[in-house]
Design a protein around this ligand. Structure first.
Ligand code: GLP
Length: 244
């Protein structure tokens, strides 16, 4: 596991964008696994800046996102589909037909999970998967549990997640109670994983995940078992890592 410490949010975003840009330069038809949340917004802004300067060409990439709220249409401003278009896809030369998220409005959730899992296999798997960490240790929407979910699932959000994500909605009542999420098994199949963690508020859960026991109670702890993980954190997020 490679841990990279950034000075501030700008430095953090640039470091993350550099790794994504290097991936696309080395393999122009990369499959990028992408994430939402407030943490990667600066990374996406930085990728857009590099695209505008002619430094990166996204025309051949394919993307798959970690998760999507169940019950939200892709044009709903709170959907992750809307988020990705707004922060990245509408601003770079990606072929929109090759950007994928679970369909929050799918009629049959079980079939939708199967479709998404199969799609990821068919496009050859993820070359570089970006992710954040929830305050409760979740990755994507894989909440603390007694098992590591193997495949894409439709699951109930934890109260802690509804509480954390209500800031994007008018009220906690408006936060969907269910979401589609890649499973831990799906995420672990990614060839390279990059976790982005910003701010002191994440220091304790990050230390628990990466230095503590490997347990589905802390889903992000599974990253300890992956052979190629990069963690980018700022001084606050990495404050519980004495060696950094
Ligand atoms: C949501 C997403 C996660 C993300 C988390 C942290 O719950 N499903 O993928 O990692 O938020 O978000 P933030 O970066 O805003 O702290």
């Amino acid at each position: 596991m490679k841990i990279i410490k950034a000075k501030d949010y700008q430095d953090f975003s640039k470091k993350a964008a550099s790794i994504l840009a290097a991936q696309v330069t080395l393999k122009p038809d990369s499959v990028l696994g992408l994430a939402t949340g407030s943490t990667p917004i600066g990374t996406y802004d930085e990728l857009v800046a590099r695209y505008e300067r002619g430094e990166v060409d996204f025309s051949q990439i394919t993307t798959v996102n970690l998760d999507e709220y169940k019950g939200l249409d892709k044009d709903d401003e709170q959907s992750y589909s809307y988020f990705m278009n707004k922060h990245l896809f509408d601003r770079i030369n990606v072929d929109k037909k090759r950007t994928h998220l679970p369909d929050g409005m799918a009629a049959d959730p079980e079939k939708e999970c199967e479709r998404y899992e199969k799609l990821i296999e068919e496009i050859g798997g993820v070359d570089l998967q970006v992710m954040g960490i929830g305050n409760n240790g979740h990755i994507a929407f894989c909440e603390p549990s007694t098992i590591f979910e193997k495949k894409t699932i439709c699951l109930d959000l934890a109260e802690a997640t509804i509480e954390a994500n209500k800031r994007f909605f008018d009220s906690a009542d408006d936060v969907p109670r269910k979401a589609y999420s890649m499973g831990i098994g799906t995420i672990m199949k990614g060839k390279k994983l990059m976790m982005l963690v910003y701010g002191e508020g994440k220091a304790d859960i990050l230390a628990k995940a990466l230095l503590g026991d490997i347990t589905p109670e802390v889903p992000a702890s599974v990253l300890q078992l992956h052979p190629d993980v990069i963690v980018i954190g700022d001084e606050g997020a990495l404050s519980k890592f004495p060696e950094c």
